[in-house]
Design a protein around this ligand. Structure first.
Ligand code: SF4
Length: 372
Protein backbone atom coordinates (compact mmCIF):
# COMPACT_ATOMS: atom_id res chain seq x y z
CA UNK A 1 0.00 0.00 0.00
CA UNK A 2 1.27 3.50 -0.77
CA UNK A 3 1.93 5.71 2.30
CA UNK A 4 -0.37 8.40 0.87
CA UNK A 5 -3.26 5.99 1.13
CA UNK A 6 -2.43 5.25 4.78
CA UNK A 7 -2.45 8.93 5.72
CA UNK A 8 -5.87 9.63 4.28
CA UNK A 9 -8.79 7.22 4.43
CA UNK A 10 -10.27 8.89 1.37
CA UNK A 11 -7.02 8.05 -0.43
CA UNK A 12 -7.98 4.37 -0.37
CA UNK A 13 -11.01 5.19 -2.43
CA UNK A 14 -9.17 7.18 -5.08
CA UNK A 15 -6.12 5.04 -5.77
CA UNK A 16 -5.63 2.32 -3.23
CA UNK A 17 -3.27 0.10 -5.18
CA UNK A 18 -0.02 0.63 -7.05
CA UNK A 19 0.72 -1.03 -10.39
CA UNK A 20 3.20 -3.44 -8.80
CA UNK A 21 0.74 -4.35 -6.03
CA UNK A 22 -1.89 -5.09 -8.64
CA UNK A 23 0.53 -7.36 -10.51
CA UNK A 24 1.32 -9.22 -7.28
CA UNK A 25 -2.36 -9.53 -6.41
CA UNK A 26 -3.16 -11.05 -9.80
CA UNK A 27 -0.25 -13.47 -9.80
CA UNK A 28 -0.69 -14.68 -6.24
CA UNK A 29 -4.45 -15.13 -6.56
CA UNK A 30 -4.24 -17.03 -9.85
CA UNK A 31 -1.47 -19.30 -8.48
CA UNK A 32 -3.58 -20.00 -5.42
CA UNK A 33 -6.66 -20.69 -7.55
CA UNK A 34 -4.86 -23.15 -9.78
CA UNK A 35 -3.95 -25.15 -6.68
CA UNK A 36 -6.89 -24.52 -4.34
CA UNK A 37 -9.83 -23.54 -6.55
CA UNK A 38 -13.09 -25.43 -6.05
CA UNK A 39 -14.18 -28.00 -8.59
CA UNK A 40 -17.73 -26.82 -9.38
CA UNK A 41 -19.98 -28.27 -12.09
CA UNK A 42 -20.38 -24.99 -13.99
CA UNK A 43 -16.60 -24.67 -14.23
CA UNK A 44 -16.48 -27.77 -16.41
CA UNK A 45 -18.28 -26.00 -19.23
CA UNK A 46 -17.94 -22.89 -21.32
CA UNK A 47 -21.53 -23.12 -22.52
CA UNK A 48 -22.91 -19.62 -21.84
CA UNK A 49 -26.41 -21.05 -21.23
CA UNK A 50 -25.25 -23.37 -18.43
CA UNK A 51 -23.04 -20.64 -16.96
CA UNK A 52 -25.92 -18.17 -17.05
CA UNK A 53 -28.17 -20.62 -15.17
CA UNK A 54 -25.48 -21.12 -12.51
CA UNK A 55 -24.89 -17.37 -12.14
CA UNK A 56 -28.59 -16.70 -11.60
CA UNK A 57 -28.97 -19.55 -9.10
CA UNK A 58 -25.89 -18.36 -7.19
CA UNK A 59 -27.18 -14.78 -6.89
CA UNK A 60 -28.73 -15.31 -3.46
CA UNK A 61 -28.01 -18.95 -2.74
CA UNK A 62 -25.07 -20.97 -1.39
CA UNK A 63 -23.05 -23.17 -3.74
CA UNK A 64 -23.94 -26.43 -1.97
CA UNK A 65 -27.67 -25.68 -2.28
CA UNK A 66 -27.33 -24.68 -5.92
CA UNK A 67 -25.50 -27.81 -7.20
CA UNK A 68 -28.45 -30.27 -7.20
CA UNK A 69 -30.83 -27.59 -8.56
CA UNK A 70 -28.34 -26.78 -11.34
CA UNK A 71 -28.00 -30.44 -12.28
CA UNK A 72 -31.77 -31.05 -12.27
CA UNK A 73 -32.33 -27.89 -14.31
CA UNK A 74 -29.90 -28.87 -17.06
CA UNK A 75 -31.51 -32.28 -17.25
CA UNK A 76 -34.99 -30.76 -17.62
CA UNK A 77 -33.90 -27.87 -19.89
CA UNK A 78 -30.59 -28.79 -21.54
CA UNK A 79 -30.70 -25.81 -23.93
CA UNK A 80 -32.12 -22.32 -24.03
CA UNK A 81 -34.68 -23.58 -26.57
CA UNK A 82 -36.02 -26.13 -24.05
CA UNK A 83 -36.34 -23.42 -21.41
CA UNK A 84 -38.00 -20.96 -23.78
CA UNK A 85 -40.75 -23.39 -24.75
CA UNK A 86 -41.44 -24.69 -21.20
CA UNK A 87 -44.58 -23.71 -19.23
CA UNK A 88 -43.95 -21.18 -16.46
CA UNK A 89 -45.43 -23.62 -13.93
CA UNK A 90 -42.82 -26.21 -14.83
CA UNK A 91 -40.05 -23.64 -14.45
CA UNK A 92 -41.32 -22.48 -11.05
CA UNK A 93 -41.79 -26.06 -9.87
CA UNK A 94 -38.17 -26.84 -10.68
CA UNK A 95 -37.12 -23.71 -8.80
CA UNK A 96 -39.24 -24.51 -5.75
CA UNK A 97 -37.19 -24.21 -2.56
CA UNK A 98 -34.51 -21.88 -4.01
CA UNK A 99 -36.45 -18.73 -3.12
CA UNK A 100 -36.37 -15.31 -4.86
CA UNK A 101 -38.70 -16.63 -7.55
CA UNK A 102 -38.32 -13.53 -9.73
CA UNK A 103 -35.05 -15.16 -10.76
CA UNK A 104 -36.89 -18.12 -12.30
CA UNK A 105 -39.50 -15.95 -14.01
CA UNK A 106 -36.75 -13.74 -15.44
CA UNK A 107 -34.75 -16.74 -16.69
CA UNK A 108 -37.83 -17.95 -18.50
CA UNK A 109 -38.53 -14.52 -20.05
CA UNK A 110 -34.88 -14.01 -20.98
CA UNK A 111 -34.76 -17.45 -22.65
CA UNK A 112 -37.61 -16.42 -24.99
CA UNK A 113 -35.80 -13.20 -25.77
CA UNK A 114 -32.52 -15.00 -26.51
CA UNK A 115 -34.34 -17.36 -28.86
CA UNK A 116 -36.30 -14.59 -30.55
CA UNK A 117 -33.65 -11.86 -30.76
CA UNK A 118 -30.40 -13.82 -30.85
CA UNK A 119 -31.34 -17.09 -32.53
CA UNK A 120 -30.67 -18.98 -29.29
CA UNK A 121 -27.09 -17.69 -28.87
CA UNK A 122 -26.35 -15.93 -25.60
CA UNK A 123 -25.33 -12.36 -26.53
CA UNK A 124 -21.61 -11.68 -26.31
CA UNK A 125 -21.84 -7.88 -25.92
CA UNK A 126 -22.11 -6.51 -22.38
CA UNK A 127 -24.89 -4.03 -23.31
CA UNK A 128 -26.94 -6.80 -24.87
CA UNK A 129 -26.42 -9.17 -21.94
CA UNK A 130 -27.36 -6.60 -19.31
CA UNK A 131 -30.55 -5.76 -21.23
CA UNK A 132 -31.89 -9.28 -20.57
CA UNK A 133 -34.38 -9.70 -17.69
CA UNK A 134 -32.68 -10.57 -14.38
CA UNK A 135 -29.14 -9.74 -15.48
CA UNK A 136 -27.40 -6.95 -13.60
CA UNK A 137 -23.85 -5.72 -13.84
CA UNK A 138 -22.17 -8.43 -11.78
CA UNK A 139 -24.14 -11.27 -13.38
CA UNK A 140 -23.29 -9.97 -16.86
CA UNK A 141 -19.63 -9.74 -15.82
CA UNK A 142 -19.73 -13.25 -14.36
CA UNK A 143 -21.26 -14.80 -17.48
CA UNK A 144 -19.14 -12.96 -20.05
CA UNK A 145 -15.91 -13.62 -18.18
CA UNK A 146 -16.67 -17.29 -17.48
CA UNK A 147 -18.06 -18.12 -20.92
CA UNK A 148 -15.91 -15.92 -23.18
CA UNK A 149 -12.97 -14.87 -20.96
CA UNK A 150 -13.98 -11.23 -21.48
CA UNK A 151 -12.30 -8.76 -19.08
CA UNK A 152 -15.51 -7.85 -17.23
CA UNK A 153 -15.31 -7.21 -13.46
CA UNK A 154 -17.74 -8.69 -10.95
CA UNK A 155 -18.93 -7.53 -7.55
CA UNK A 156 -21.02 -10.06 -5.68
CA UNK A 157 -21.25 -10.24 -1.89
CA UNK A 158 -18.06 -12.29 -1.52
CA UNK A 159 -16.05 -10.03 -3.79
CA UNK A 160 -17.24 -6.89 -2.01
CA UNK A 161 -16.10 -8.25 1.33
CA UNK A 162 -12.68 -9.33 0.03
CA UNK A 163 -12.02 -6.01 -1.70
CA UNK A 164 -13.27 -3.98 1.27
CA UNK A 165 -10.75 -5.81 3.46
CA UNK A 166 -7.98 -5.60 0.90
CA UNK A 167 -8.09 -1.79 0.95
CA UNK A 168 -9.44 -1.45 4.53
CA UNK A 169 -12.47 0.39 3.18
CA UNK A 170 -13.52 3.02 5.72
CA UNK A 171 -17.21 2.92 4.69
CA UNK A 172 -20.10 0.44 4.82
CA UNK A 173 -20.32 -1.50 1.53
CA UNK A 174 -23.58 0.11 0.43
CA UNK A 175 -21.97 3.55 0.45
CA UNK A 176 -18.96 2.53 -1.60
CA UNK A 177 -20.43 0.62 -4.56
CA UNK A 178 -18.77 2.69 -7.26
CA UNK A 179 -15.38 2.62 -5.53
CA UNK A 180 -15.59 -1.15 -5.14
CA UNK A 181 -16.43 -1.54 -8.83
CA UNK A 182 -13.35 0.54 -9.64
CA UNK A 183 -11.16 -1.69 -7.49
CA UNK A 184 -12.66 -4.86 -8.98
CA UNK A 185 -11.89 -3.49 -12.44
CA UNK A 186 -8.37 -2.48 -11.43
CA UNK A 187 -7.32 -5.80 -9.94
CA UNK A 188 -8.90 -8.01 -12.64
CA UNK A 189 -6.30 -9.82 -14.76
CA UNK A 190 -7.54 -8.77 -18.23
CA UNK A 191 -6.18 -11.74 -20.14
CA UNK A 192 -7.27 -14.28 -17.49
CA UNK A 193 -10.60 -12.82 -16.50
CA UNK A 194 -12.35 -16.21 -16.39
CA UNK A 195 -9.98 -17.65 -13.78
CA UNK A 196 -9.47 -14.41 -11.90
CA UNK A 197 -13.17 -13.82 -11.26
CA UNK A 198 -13.70 -17.43 -10.22
CA UNK A 199 -10.64 -17.16 -7.99
CA UNK A 200 -11.76 -14.06 -6.14
CA UNK A 201 -15.19 -15.63 -5.54
CA UNK A 202 -13.47 -18.72 -4.14
CA UNK A 203 -11.24 -16.60 -1.95
CA UNK A 204 -14.31 -14.96 -0.42
CA UNK A 205 -16.17 -18.24 -0.03
CA UNK A 206 -13.37 -20.32 1.46
CA UNK A 207 -10.69 -18.08 3.00
CA UNK A 208 -11.86 -14.48 3.41
CA UNK A 209 -15.10 -15.65 5.00
CA UNK A 210 -17.55 -13.28 6.72
CA UNK A 211 -16.52 -14.38 10.22
CA UNK A 212 -12.97 -15.26 11.26
CA UNK A 213 -11.20 -15.09 7.87
CA UNK A 214 -8.26 -17.50 7.52
CA UNK A 215 -5.69 -14.83 6.74
CA UNK A 216 -2.73 -17.15 7.25
CA UNK A 217 -3.92 -19.23 4.29
CA UNK A 218 -4.58 -16.20 2.10
CA UNK A 219 -2.54 -15.43 -1.03
CA UNK A 220 -3.14 -11.72 -0.39
CA UNK A 221 -1.86 -11.76 3.18
CA UNK A 222 1.15 -9.51 2.63
CA UNK A 223 -0.81 -6.93 0.62
CA UNK A 224 -4.02 -6.85 2.61
CA UNK A 225 -4.56 -3.66 4.49
CA UNK A 226 -7.21 -5.02 6.86
CA UNK A 227 -4.78 -7.71 7.94
CA UNK A 228 -1.96 -5.22 8.45
CA UNK A 229 -4.25 -3.14 10.65
CA UNK A 230 -5.74 -6.21 12.37
CA UNK A 231 -9.17 -5.14 11.14
CA UNK A 232 -10.04 -8.33 9.22
CA UNK A 233 -12.74 -9.33 11.71
CA UNK A 234 -14.35 -5.91 11.93
CA UNK A 235 -14.40 -5.06 8.21
CA UNK A 236 -16.48 -4.51 6.17
CA UNK A 237 -18.08 -1.79 8.29
CA UNK A 238 -21.73 -2.43 9.04
CA UNK A 239 -24.71 -0.12 8.77
CA UNK A 240 -26.77 0.09 11.97
CA UNK A 241 -29.29 -2.77 11.87
CA UNK A 242 -32.94 -1.81 11.41
CA UNK A 243 -35.48 -4.30 12.86
CA UNK A 244 -37.54 -6.00 10.16
CA UNK A 245 -41.27 -5.16 10.02
CA UNK A 246 -43.41 -8.06 11.24
CA UNK A 247 -46.81 -8.85 9.64
CA UNK A 248 -49.49 -11.13 11.09
CA UNK A 249 -51.31 -12.99 8.32
CA UNK A 250 -54.55 -14.98 8.43
CA UNK A 251 -54.49 -17.99 6.06
CA UNK A 252 -57.39 -20.24 5.03
CA UNK A 253 -57.31 -23.90 4.10
CA UNK A 254 -60.80 -23.98 2.56
CA UNK A 255 -62.43 -27.40 2.13
CA UNK A 256 -65.40 -28.13 -0.12
CA UNK A 257 -67.87 -31.01 0.20
CA UNK A 258 -65.78 -33.21 -2.11
CA UNK A 259 -62.80 -32.96 0.28
CA UNK A 260 -60.88 -30.63 -2.06
CA UNK A 261 -58.85 -27.56 -1.01
CA UNK A 262 -58.95 -24.13 -2.64
CA UNK A 263 -55.63 -22.66 -3.80
CA UNK A 264 -54.85 -19.52 -5.77
CA UNK A 265 -52.04 -18.42 -8.05
CA UNK A 266 -50.40 -15.12 -7.09
CA UNK A 267 -50.26 -12.32 -9.61
CA UNK A 268 -47.13 -12.27 -11.81
CA UNK A 269 -45.90 -8.94 -10.54
CA UNK A 270 -44.59 -8.67 -7.00
CA UNK A 271 -43.21 -11.06 -4.38
CA UNK A 272 -43.62 -14.79 -5.17
CA UNK A 273 -45.45 -13.94 -8.41
CA UNK A 274 -46.81 -16.96 -10.31
CA UNK A 275 -46.60 -19.29 -7.30
CA UNK A 276 -49.62 -20.99 -5.75
CA UNK A 277 -50.69 -20.41 -2.16
CA UNK A 278 -53.44 -20.87 0.38
CA UNK A 279 -55.47 -17.65 0.30
CA UNK A 280 -55.45 -15.09 3.11
CA UNK A 281 -54.13 -11.68 4.04
CA UNK A 282 -52.90 -9.24 6.61
CA UNK A 283 -54.67 -8.97 9.97
CA UNK A 284 -55.86 -5.39 10.51
CA UNK A 285 -55.45 -3.69 13.92
CA UNK A 286 -58.14 -4.91 16.33
CA UNK A 287 -59.19 -7.78 14.06
CA UNK A 288 -59.27 -11.42 15.23
CA UNK A 289 -57.66 -14.10 13.07
CA UNK A 290 -61.02 -15.68 12.08
CA UNK A 291 -62.49 -12.25 11.23
CA UNK A 292 -59.47 -11.44 9.09
CA UNK A 293 -59.66 -14.75 7.23
CA UNK A 294 -63.40 -14.42 6.52
CA UNK A 295 -62.96 -10.82 5.30
CA UNK A 296 -59.92 -11.59 3.11
CA UNK A 297 -61.63 -14.54 1.48
CA UNK A 298 -64.72 -12.45 0.76
CA UNK A 299 -62.60 -9.64 -0.74
CA UNK A 300 -60.17 -11.83 -2.68
CA UNK A 301 -62.35 -14.69 -3.85
CA UNK A 302 -65.93 -13.47 -3.43
CA UNK A 303 -67.10 -16.45 -1.35
CA UNK A 304 -68.46 -17.07 2.14
CA UNK A 305 -66.69 -19.52 4.45
CA UNK A 306 -66.90 -20.75 8.01
CA UNK A 307 -63.58 -20.41 9.82
CA UNK A 308 -62.82 -23.49 11.92
CA UNK A 309 -59.96 -24.87 14.00
CA UNK A 310 -56.40 -23.67 13.84
CA UNK A 311 -54.17 -25.94 11.74
CA UNK A 312 -50.76 -24.39 12.40
CA UNK A 313 -49.03 -21.10 13.24
CA UNK A 314 -45.66 -20.57 11.63
CA UNK A 315 -43.06 -17.84 11.23
CA UNK A 316 -41.16 -17.08 8.05
CA UNK A 317 -38.53 -14.44 7.34
CA UNK A 318 -38.17 -12.76 3.96
CA UNK A 319 -35.38 -10.33 3.09
CA UNK A 320 -37.26 -7.20 4.14
CA UNK A 321 -39.92 -8.43 6.56
CA UNK A 322 -41.11 -11.30 8.74
CA UNK A 323 -44.52 -12.94 8.71
CA UNK A 324 -46.46 -15.08 11.12
CA UNK A 325 -48.98 -17.25 9.26
CA UNK A 326 -52.06 -18.13 11.37
CA UNK A 327 -53.56 -20.98 9.38
CA UNK A 328 -57.12 -22.23 9.96
CA UNK A 329 -59.25 -24.96 8.46
CA UNK A 330 -62.30 -23.40 6.80
CA UNK A 331 -65.49 -24.73 5.22
CA UNK A 332 -66.84 -23.41 1.94
CA UNK A 333 -70.41 -22.15 2.46
CA UNK A 334 -71.47 -20.37 -0.70
CA UNK A 335 -70.38 -18.62 -3.87
CA UNK A 336 -68.21 -19.59 -6.83
CA UNK A 337 -64.53 -18.64 -6.11
CA UNK A 338 -63.35 -15.85 -8.41
CA UNK A 339 -59.76 -14.66 -8.96
CA UNK A 340 -60.48 -11.07 -7.85
CA UNK A 341 -56.94 -10.41 -6.55
CA UNK A 342 -55.00 -13.30 -8.03
CA UNK A 343 -54.47 -14.86 -11.47
CA UNK A 344 -56.29 -18.15 -11.01
CA UNK A 345 -58.10 -20.31 -8.41
CA UNK A 346 -58.48 -24.09 -8.29
CA UNK A 347 -60.00 -26.81 -6.15
CA UNK A 348 -57.44 -29.60 -5.74
CA UNK A 349 -57.07 -32.78 -3.71
CA UNK A 350 -54.38 -33.10 -1.05
CA UNK A 351 -52.32 -35.40 -3.28
CA UNK A 352 -52.52 -32.97 -6.24
CA UNK A 353 -50.84 -30.21 -4.23
CA UNK A 354 -47.45 -31.64 -5.23
CA UNK A 355 -48.09 -30.68 -8.85
CA UNK A 356 -48.07 -26.96 -8.03
CA UNK A 357 -45.14 -24.68 -7.11
CA UNK A 358 -45.66 -23.23 -3.61
CA UNK A 359 -43.55 -20.80 -1.56
CA UNK A 360 -41.50 -22.34 1.24
CA UNK A 361 -43.80 -21.19 4.06
CA UNK A 362 -46.76 -22.88 2.34
CA UNK A 363 -44.84 -26.15 2.09
CA UNK A 364 -44.98 -26.35 5.87
CA UNK A 365 -48.76 -25.93 5.74
CA UNK A 366 -48.96 -28.83 3.27
CA UNK A 367 -46.80 -30.96 5.59
CA UNK A 368 -49.12 -30.12 8.50
CA UNK A 369 -52.16 -31.09 6.40
CA UNK A 370 -50.58 -34.46 5.61
CA UNK A 371 -49.95 -35.15 9.31
CA UNK A 372 -53.58 -34.72 10.27
S1 SF4 B 1 -5.55 -11.37 4.41
FE1 SF4 B 1 -7.37 -11.95 5.52
S2 SF4 B 1 -8.75 -10.18 5.41
FE2 SF4 B 1 -7.16 -9.91 3.88
S3 SF4 B 1 -8.06 -10.71 1.98
FE3 SF4 B 1 -6.88 -12.37 2.93
S4 SF4 B 1 -8.35 -13.48 4.23
FE4 SF4 B 1 -9.27 -11.51 3.69
Amino acid sequence: MGSKAKDSPAGYLRSPLTRSEIEQLRRSLLDWYHQQGRDLPWRQTQDPYAIWISEIMLQQTQVQTVIPYYQRWLKAFPTVFDLAKAEQQQVLKLWQGLGYYARARNLHRAASKIVQDWGGQFPTQYEQAIALPGIGRTTAGGILSAAFNQPQPILDGNVKRVLARLVALPLPLKRAESQLWQISEQVLAPDQARDFNQAIMDLGATVCTPKAPSCLLCPWLTLCHAHQLNLQSTLPMREAAVPLPHKQIGVAVIWNQQGQILIDRRRQEGLLGGLWEFPGGKIEPGETVPDCIAREIREELGIEIEVGDRLITLDHTYTHFKVTLNVHHCRHLQGEPQPLECDEVRWVSLSELDDFPFPKANERIIAALRQR
